[in-house]
Design a protein around this ligand. Structure first.
Ligand code: ATP
Length: 224
């Protein structure tokens, strides 16, 4: 049984349909990437899974239909998101950004994955590098001790070497903590580094899916 099952999701902004019959699944312990160009509907998909956007269709988590649940109820069941654009509080310290999501007794667990954030915990978030700010956003989601971590374009605006570093942390989160990952990306590098399987979302529809090995074969066709 998959940990997450999204079945025939349709989402609209006014009359504009941005998701069309989207069905995806994430197994326990698996990392899955949804790839697609700007405006394909990737953020809308993640936001509908965590209940921030209304969508028609069924979302099943750990065997339970969560489609009608409020965002905070979905968080309680174990779904956390690192949102598009990171959404940090730039004037607050690194640690205070983390404490927005969870109690101080969770800090050690999170600093274990991101020791560099522990070193900089008293600094204002805005004074950290782009890569470190992305780590704060992921660390903040981990403070919720999720079973499923949703990552909205973690590579956004980062140099390839920094993307690699973040990909390593995501691998650790998956391998050592056993947290399942659903990641949306425009950039294929992050997907190659962390994902077991992929889907391609184009104009609101899933047009391809497969294992990450199969993605190498079609990369030219879709991503040039
Ligand atoms: P990006 O990489 O730009 O975030 P995306 O694949 O995540 O792209 P979405 O952000 O889900 O795509 O947007 C899908 C479509 O819906 C786009 O055409 C976008 O302009 C539109 N859209 C997104 N949010 C809204 C909104 N709040 N109101 C109206 N239209 C929206």
């Amino acid at each position: 049984m998959p940990l997450l099952e999204v079945e025939r999701l349709n989402a609209f902004y006014g009359k504009a349909q941005v998701l069309r019959d989207v069905s995806i699944a994430v197994d326990e312990g698996e990392a899955v990437a949804v790839l697609g160009p700007n405006g394909a509907g990737k953020t809308t998909l993640l936001n509908s899974i965590c209940g921030l956007v209304r969508a028609d269709g069924r979302i099943v988590f750990d065997g339970r239909d969560i489609s009608a649940l409020k965002p905070h109820e979905r968080i309680k069941l174990g779904i956390a998101i690192s949102p598009e654009g990171r959404r940090l509080f730039p004037e607050m310290s690194v640690e205070d950004n983390l404490l927005i999501a969870g109690d101080s007794n969770k800090l050690d667990f999170v600093y274990n994955i991101f020791p560099n954030l522990k070193e900089k915990r008293k600094q204002k978030a805005k004074n950290l590098s782009g890569g470190e700010q992305q780590m704060i956003a992921i660390a903040r989601a981990l403070m919720l001790e999720p079973r499923l971590l949703l990552l909205d374009e973690p590579s956004m605006g980062l140099a390839p070497i920094v993307v690699e570093n973040i990909a390593e942390r995501i691998e650790t989160i998956k391998e050592e903590l056993g947290i399942s990952i659903l990641l949306v990306e425009q950039n294929t590098q992050m997907a190659f580094d962390v994902a077991d399987r992929f889907y391609i979302l184009a104009s609101g529809q899933i047009v391809r899916e497969g294992t990450i090995e199969e993605m190498e074969e079609i990369e030219q066709e879709y991503f040039g």
